[in-house]
Design a protein around this ligand. Sequence first.
Ligand SMILES: O=P(O)(O)OC[C@H]1O[C@H](OP(=O)(O)OP(=O)(O)O)[C@H](O)[C@@H]1O
Ligand code: HPA
Length: 185
Amino acid sequence: MSRNTAEMQQVFDEADCIYTEGQVSEAMDRLAGEITATIGDQDPLILCIMNGGLVVAGQLLPRLAFPLQLDYAQLSRYRGNTTGGELEWKVHPQTRLSGRTVLIVDDILDEGDTLAALTEACQTEGAERVWTLALVEKHHDRKSQPGFEADFIGLQTPDRYLFGYGMDYQGYWRNAPGIYAVRGL
Ligand SMILES: O=P(O)(O)OC[C@H]1O[C@H](OP(=O)(O)OP(=O)(O)O)[C@H](O)[C@@H]1O
Ligand code: HPA
């Protein structure tokens, strides 16, 4: 067994499960209902924020039974660290956003910089309406723009370092089948 595999298996084994797969699935069902009712008739463009939004978008899309388009963008602030730094654009969406209803899909709203910056960027590119979704919102008083909230939130979490459903710990465990908090963080 490689050293990384052994270390990361230990991280998983020692982690606290905050939400089980079943609880996340229920939250996804509820989110899908809210999204359908809110923008289902607006020809939306779903903008998946890589890498964290991948699992959320992948599980959400088959629950949305209306016409939509998909694109992705990538920007990174954490780059494998557990605290945020400078926001770095890596990939801009390829689809024209002008006049579109856009739904930004990400895994987590932590300090909020990422979703706030993306919202502004989509508005600058002419999106008619920008909606935001985060599977989880972390509870603390370090929000970078205290008034900023996501339109669709799946689950609330305590102020711990999380992994699973797209969220990584040192690049690992985005695949974890539940939402977990790293022991001691
Ligand atoms: O609310 P914030 O404090 O801005 O943090 C949330 C962002 O941090 C993570 O991305 P990261 O920069 O780690 O890149 P990743 O998606 O590749 O993990 C996560 O996927 C969100 O996009
Ligand atoms: O708690 C977190 N876990 C993983 N990625 C993150 N990006 C911001 N906060 C987190």
